[in-house]
Ligand binder design. Sequence first.
Ligand SMILES: Nc1ncnc2c1ncn2[C@@H]1O[C@H](COP(=O)(O)OP(=O)(O)OP(=O)(O)O)[C@@H](O)[C@H]1O
Length: 488
Amino acid sequence: MEEETHYPADSDLDLSFTSCTTTTTDRTFSARSSLARSSLTLSFNESRLSSTSNPTSSSTSIPNLHRRAHRRHDPNWAAIKAATTLSSDGALHLRHLKLLRLVGSGNLGRVFLCRLRDYDHANFALKVVDRDSLTSKKLSHVQTEAEILSSLDHPFLPTLYAHLEVSHYTCLLIDYCPNGDLHSLLRKQPNNRLPVDAVRFYAAEVLVALEYLHALGIVYRDLKPENILIRENGHIMLSDFDLCFKSDISPKLESRTHVNPGTTRKRHRRRTCNCFDGRHQRQETVMEFVAEPTTAFSRSCVGTHEYLAPELVSGSGHGNGVDWWAFGVLIYELLSGTTPFKGGSKESTLRNIASTKGVRFYVDEREREEAGMAEARDLIERLLVKDPRKRLGCARGATDIKRHPFFHGVKWPLIRAYRPPELRGLAVKRSKSKPHASHVSGLSSSPRRRRCWWKRLCNYMRIKGSKYSLKSNQNYYCYVNNKVRKCV
Ligand SMILES: Nc1ncnc2c1ncn2[C@@H]1O[C@H](COP(=O)(O)OP(=O)(O)OP(=O)(O)O)[C@@H](O)[C@H]1O
C-alpha cells in the first residue's frame, strides 16, 4: 500500500502538521502512549542552558556536524547535502521535506516520519513543537533539547540534521528509528522480560551513551525504556533530552592501582606479597580518564516516578548519580518486566524509593539459573544504593561500571560492531559488512555453556569421523590451531 504523503510549504504550516495523520497511526500511537510512563518536572532552582536561537524569527539552519569524524559515511548526510546543494540559499527548508506519517506525540510536540522530497531513500524523524501552545517552562525544555542535540556526535545518540525555526514552530530533523522503543519491545516478549544476553547488549550501549553525555557535562535524568529507541540496524538511540541538566566538568587523569596476579606488563609495576597465602602479586598503576560531572548539582525533581533516584525524591540535590540509579532500575526492568520500587500508586512508589528498604528480586528458579543472572543482580544492587556517595559509578563514572563482572568480556571499543539480539517483534536490517564475530553475550559465556559447545563439537567430529580427533584435554582453540598448522 502506498504511504500517504504531504509536502509542507513554509507558508502552510498549520495545515501541514495537522492534516497528514492517518487513523492507523493514531491507533498505534494511542496504544503506545497508554502504556508509556510520563515524565514529571518540579523545578526549584533550575540551571538551564542558555538559548542561542531567537524563537520569534523564522530561520533554517543545518549544524555543521557532517564534518565530524563518525558522520563521514552517513548516507543521510549525503542526502541532506544533495538537497541543500540545489537550494537557492544553500539551506534546508521545510519545503524540502515530505511528511509520511505521525509516529508519536509527547509532552512537547509531535514526531513525524519524513523523507527529503527529491531523495527518497533516506528516512528522518521530524519533531515539531508548536511554541505558541507551550508554557515558558516547556519552552525552555525545547531550547535545552535543541541545544543538546546540536552538541551530540555519537552512534547511540541522535544526529541533528537540521534545526528549523519557522513561524511559531520549532522543527528538529533527526534519525528515524523504525523499531520503536524498548518499552514496547519489552511488552512483546514472553513474561515481559528479555534474556540476560539481550539485557547485556542494551545495557552496554546505554552505558556508553551515558558515558558520552556525562563527558559533555550532561546529566540525562530521564532514562527509561520508553526513551531508548531502536534503530533499523538494531542498535539503540537515546532520545528525549528536554529534562537534561548541563553542568561544568573538569576531566582529569586519575591513577588507579589494581592487583593483577598474572600480569606480564612492565609499566608502573610493583611486586607485593599477599599476607594470606604468601604468593607474590603484581600491583599495576593504570592511568584512567575520568570526565564525569561528579560535582554537578541541581535541586529540580525531574524524571519518571519509577526511575527517580532517592536524592531526586528528597530534593536534597543531585548530580550524575541519578543516571546510574536509573541505569540500575533499567537493568532490573529489562530482566524482570517490572521496576524494583513500584507501588500501588505514584505516591507509594516514591515512598518505597525514599525508604531505607533495599532492592528485592522476584525471579523463578529457571531465571535464577540463567547464565549471567547472578552478576546482573550484583550489578543492580551496587547501582541501587540509596546513598549516592556509595553508589557504583558516582565516584569515577562509567569506568567503574564497565569493569563489573556482568560486562566481563565486552570489548568496549568494538561495541558498535556487535550483533544485536534477535527478539520477537524486532526487525533488524543487517549491514552488508560482516558484524563483529561475537555477539556481546557470547563473549562472557558461562563455563556450562562452553562445556555444552565443546560436547556438541566432539559429537560432530565423531559423526564426521574426522582425522582431527579431539582429546579431552584439548580445547577448541588447540583444535583450530592444529588444523591451521596442518593446512600450512
Ligand atoms: N527519532 C525517532 N524515531 C522514531 N520515533 C520517534 C523518534 N523520536 C521520537 N519518537 C516517538 O515519538 C514519540 C514522542 O517523542 P518524544 O518523546 O521525543 O516527544 P516529547 O514531546 O519530548 O515527549 P516526552 O513527553 O517524553 O517529553 C515517542 O513515542 C517516541 O517513541
